[in-house]
Design a protein. Structure first.
Length: 237
């Protein structure tokens, strides 16, 4: 019971980190001028174009459902958990490798950056490793989870071709050419798929590890009905 309370508190804290990061980022984006989008509403709506924001939303929703104890164990729940987990891991890795040195942020922008690119990924991954929940992931769930990065890439590239905006340099054909963008997309796709496969393998391994103990308990526990039958066969009451 105590472990369950700690897990729910952790998931709730993760969701709060996401909420705090988004709450800081929204006014920062609304007040940033000179870009492609000329109105505050347009700049805020454009936040959904960023993989970081989308992944954090998935993590926040998943964490909130787990904290409230209403996540369930359906395929949809597993897809939400795996997609958020892998998406936020890719966010943290790609940011540290390719994006961290591109911006010099201060104030609330730096706070939002820390929450969404550093704290949220660490808390999500640590929470999954420590508390699970286990037994939710499968290869079928992995297949469904791939729709997220594929959909994001498709929308990003098609939208960018029409409006000239790409959220990250590595998906901008004007910087890398379409060949370079394709190569970067393949790398990210391989990273996402590899991390998802590792998560499924980890989950299935630890789920199976728990099963033999349950079977052993069932085998060792005496069946009361069987005991009565043996007594009767011996003629003893």
């Amino acid at each position: 019971m105590q472990a369950s309370k700690i897990a729910r508190a952790w998931f709730g804290a993760t969701a709060l980190v996401v909420i705090a990061g988004l709450a800081a980022q929204i006014p920062v984006s609304a007040g940033t001028t000179g870009g492609t989008f000329q109105t505050p509403a347009g700049r805020v709506a454009n936040l959904l174009a960023f993989f970081t924001i989308d992944s954090n939303i998935l993590v926040g929703v998943g964490g909130l459902l787990l904290a409230l104890g209403v996540a369930g164990r359906s395929t949809l729940s597993g897809v939400l958990r795996l997609t958020g987990l892998v998406g936020i891991t890719v966010t943290g890795v790609v940011f540290q490798v390719a994006l961290a040195d591109l911006y010099d942020l201060h104030g609330w922008a730096a706070f939002a950056d820390t929450m969404l690119h550093k704290v949220s990924p660490l808390m999500c991954v640590a929470g999954w490793l420590l508390f699970g929940p286990r037994g939710q992931l499968s290869w079928r769930v992995l297949g469904w989870s791939l729709l997220y990065p594929l959909g994001w890439l498709a929308v990003t590239l098609v939208r960018g071709a029409f409006i000239g905006f790409y959220p990250y340099p590595f998906v901008d054909p004007g910087i890398n050419g379409y060949g370079g963008v394709a190569f970067n997309c393949v790398l990210i796709g391989v990273l996402f798929t590899g991390l998802a496969a590792a998560a499924v393998g980890f989950d299935r391994t630890f789920t199976r590890r728990d099963e033999p103990e349950d079977f052993a308990e069932d085998e060792l526990a005496p069946d009361p009905a069987e005991g009565v039958e043996r007594i009767r066969d011996a003629g003893t009451y």
